[in-house]
Design a protein around this ligand. Sequence first.
Ligand SMILES: [Mg+2]
Length: 143
Amino acid sequence: MSIFRADRKFERFEDVTPELLKKESVKLLLCDLDNTLRLHSEKEPADELQDWIQDCHGAGVKVVVISNNGRKKMMQKFCEPIDVPCVWWAKKPMSKKLTEAMDEYKIPPEHTVMLGDKWSTDVLAAKFAKVRAWKVEHRRDIV
Ligand SMILES: [Mg+2]
């Protein structure tokens, strides 16, 4: 099986429901930010993102943003109001930051999922960290 192959595919992040997370015994959901949880141009978290994060938390799932975006202040400003810790400049496909998050929250790989839009970064990083790779469709700004 190719290491570029996602374990599951979804249209959008909202399709990853609390029910599914429970069913798949996910306790830690590592999420890419750009074009996964938001469009690159979005400055503030959308209502549907806030609701989704709350639903995840309600299902007992810890959500952590792990992004290759290096704009620390922007990321903190985006993630703080939705109560989600964020890691910037993560250098995916390197898996170091994914492993660090599992260590920090003491959740093993079998209860962890990496959700992202890119094969070359998110899916590969998940494979290297030995966690499930769930992929959403790449979201594009409509111009
Ligand atoms: Mg992305």
